[in-house]
Design a protein around this ligand. Structure first.
Ligand code: 8NA
Ligand code: MG
Ligand code: MG
Ligand code: MG
Length: 293
């Protein structure tokens, strides 16, 4: 099955980090643009196409202005920054402060709105935490979410005064994640309450916390999802919520995959995924780079 824009941009980011061995936003912007014009039918949102057009016109001599000009200068709050961020979590596996900086810079090539940027930082942070945990030990769901709340508290406090009506929107959503996970038992696919409170849209604020919730909720069986495999359960649950399914599914899969590791990803599932072997090799190379630093 063909991958969408999420994976196309993830691929460009991983490839750029591996080949340049550091973040090079000009190289990365060129790869995003080239990949889009080679395969425009991967399901990109219409907003971001304007950024690609402007980058192509200025030949990536100015990689920051096009994204800043989006939506009357507000910048995009879509989840396009978050959906591609997984390589940054692996690349910065040993340095969280660097992860925050790199995730921000990578996001700002297309998404400059605070909500778009912070969504990417949050998604990278969740993957980072998963990478550092041992899947053979039961996941402490409350610690996982509290650690994310602490991280976002600091990031959103640093940016206070930017004029948002709710100054710590991600912290608010993460607290909802926490209470929904605590309710836990009796959850089912197509959970309307989850969709109502956390969202399933293309907005980063209403999709990244949802992906984190899906990963945490799937630690335990979910009525109506017949699988013993917790990685598959997480992804299947995410898709069951509807809305922006490819993106919430892929963000959930990135967090769950980082936690469980390759062993829980069934070869039967993988054989249906376009270019899965190339993605696996890029993951290995990013990890080698991260531990060599
Ligand atoms: P984006 O930057 O174009 O943002 C997505 C959409 O969000 C825009 O097209 C606008 O409608 C809206 N938006 C974002 N910021 C603002 C703002 N400041 N003011 C008003 N509206 C705004 O693209 P992106 O890369 O963030 O999009 C990612 C999503 O698009 C992913 O789900 C990806 O798979 C793709 N996609 C999703 C769907 C879907 O689920 N319905 C369909 C096609 C494409
Ligand atoms: Mg997509
Ligand atoms: Mg791990
Ligand atoms: Mg999508």
């Amino acid at each position: 099955m063909q991958f969408t824009d999420d994976s196309a941009m993830t691929y460009s980011l991983a490839k750029s980090l591996v080949e340049r061995r550091e973040l090079d936003i000009v190289d990365l912007a060129k790869r995003f643009v080239k990949s889009y014009y080679q395969e425009p039918n991967r399901g990109y949102a219409i907003g971001v196409l304007t950024v690609f057009q402007k980058l192509r016109n200025n030949k990536c001599t100015d990689v920051l202005s096009p994204a800043k000009e989006q939506f009357g200068g507000e910048g995009s709050w879509g989840n396009g920054g978050a959906m591609r961020i997984s390589p940054v979590a692996l690349f910065c596996y040993q340095n969280y402060d660097k992860l925050v900086e790199v995730a921000k810079s990578v996001s700002e090539i297309t998404h400059t709105n605070k909500l778009g940027v912070d969504g990417a930082i949050l998604q990278a942070s969740a993957i980072y935490q998963s990478l550092h945990l041992d899947p053979n030990e039961e996941l402490n769901v409350n610690n996982f979410i509290d650690d994310l709340i602490d991280k976002m508290d600091k990031i959103e406090k640093d940016e206070e005064g930017l004029g948002l009506s709710e100054p710590q929107p991600y912290k608010v959503q993460l607290n909802i994640v926490k209470s929904l996970v605590a309710e836990g038992e009796g959850a089912e696919p197509y959970d309307e309450k989850v969709v109502q409170k956390l969202g399933n849209s293309v907005a980063a604020l209403y999709s990244v916390p949802t992906a984190i919730f899906c990963f945490l909720r799937a630690q335990k069986p979910i009525r109506g999802i017949q699988t013993e495999n917790p990685f598959r359960r997480a992804v299947q649950y995410a898709i069951s919520l509807g809305g922006d399914t490819d993106t919430i599914g892929s963000m959930t899969g990135a967090i769950a995959g980082a936690f469980y590791g390759e062993g829980k990803i069934s070869p039967n599932l993988l054989q249906h995924c376009e270019a899965s072997e190339e993605f696996r090799l890029l993951g290995d190379k990013l990890f080698e780079l991260a531990v060599a630093k």
